[in-house]
Design a binder for this molecule. Structure first.
Ligand code: PMP
Length: 360
């Protein structure tokens, strides 16, 4: 029953106090006589869970009253389609900044709806960095600019959002959502699958500015129209009740940690130590350029793929889970989401030092 060092990229490690609370309440939510898995989504109990979860998120992320918070299904991947379906017209154009495979997938879906202007891409450089502001070729006619704040596979992260003038800004924030404070007022729409920092798989959080909804055309399938979910406060159909409940517990836990500024400081410390260990010799090599490095997904290589295979085998035997890089890129990836304790990072650094000593 010993818990491993969980470096999974998502679904990922959850805070132990949250898991304990789920266990405590699994047979019976206090005073309700049944578990959250068994209640009606139309019950007072769930309505309270939903509104408390929304209120906590609003507080924690400082979401202004101009923006709605939605809890949807279909993953961040469905947002790749919903964003253009709602906001791009057949003869319109949208700017996409392409910084990895998830941005590419978003582009693919947008192209089925309208025209895409690739405002910048770092594909030629194996997505090892985030483009500079001066490289962005934004179209003044664009319906919106879409970017991916953290590139889960390539281990790069925008230090801050791109400057896009008055064009609505849209962000896939799946893998760094709730890892740092954000100025939500800068965004027309922001979405994130919960399964990294915010909770379990099964719910996608969408934050959308009220006045942007007016641009949505008529005739969209009901479930794909953001206005349906705004109007019904995420209760048009049966929402992912359990996932929302867990997100609520995670938010409560993050508030108790001191909020997102404290969480961001802890992330910077964890990532700082791991990058320092990578940089301390020539055995390990970080794949992302230094000023584009992600605090969430630390990607690195060893001198050759054979050694990487040995490293991963030994790591697994020593209780380190989730370290293989994404299957499309290989190498090593250590995901350091909020709930990953510093002890796990320190244990990994010890293991890496020992491994390098034995194999250098
Ligand atoms: N965007 C990013 C940045 C991601 O990391 C992921 C999943 N890892 C996705 C989108 C796709 O999310 P989902 O599987 O929830 O559709």
């Amino acid at each position: 029953m010993k818990r491993c060092h969980n470096f999974n990229a998502g679904p990922a490690v959850l805070p132990v106090p949250v898991l304990e609370r789920i266990r405590e309440e699994m047979l019976c939510l206090p005073g309700v006589g049944m578990s959250v898995l068994e209640i009606s989504h139309r019950s007072k109990t769930f309505e309270t869970i939903l509104s408390e979860t929304e209120n906590r998120l609003r507080r924690l992320l400082n979401v202004p009253e101009t923006h709605h918070i939605l809890f949807l299904q279909g993953g961040a991947s469905l947002q790749f389609s919903m964003v253009p379906l709602n906001f791009l017209t057949r003869d319109g154009v949208a700017d996409y900044i392409v910084t990895g495979s998830w941005s590419e997938k978003a582009v693919e879906e947008a192209r089925k709806i309208g025209r895409v202007n690739i405002a910048a891409t770092t594909k030629e450089e194996n997505y090892a960095r985030i483009p500079n502001q001066s490289e962005l070729r934004l179209d003044p006619q664009a319906a919106y600019v879409h970017f991916t704040s953290n590139n889960t596979i390539f281990g790069t992260q925008w230090p801050t959002e791109p400057e896009v003038g008055t064009t609505p800004l849209v962000c896939d924030a799946s893998s760094d959502f709730l890892s740092r404070p954000l100025d939500v007022s800068k965004y027309a729409l922001l979405y994130a699958g919960a399964q990294k920092n915010a909770g379990p798989a099964g719910v996608t959080i969408v934050i959308v500015r009220e006045d942007w909804l007016e641009r949505i055309p008529g005739g969209l399938p009901t479930m794909l129209d953001y206005r349906t979910h705004v109007k019904h406060r995420s209760l048009y159909n049966t929402p992912p009740v359990f996932a929302i409940y867990v997100v609520g517990l995670v938010l409560e836990y993050l508030e108790a940690q001191g909020g997102l500024a404290a969480v961001a400081a802890a992330s910077a410390e964890k990532a700082g130590k791991l990058y320092a260990a990578i940089d301390s010799g020539s055995f390990y090599r970080g794949t992302a350029e230094r000023n584009s490095r992600s605090l969430m997904n630390v990607c690195f290589r060893l001198p050759n793929p054979d050694l990487e295979a040995v490293f991963l085998r030994e790591a697994a035997a020593n209780g380190f889970e989730g370290l293989p890089g994404h299957r499309s890129v290989g190498g090593i990836r250590a995901s350091l989401y909020n709930a990953l304790p510093m002890e796990s990072v320190l244990a990994l650094i010890d293991f890496m030092r020992d491994f390098a000593r034995r194999h250098a």
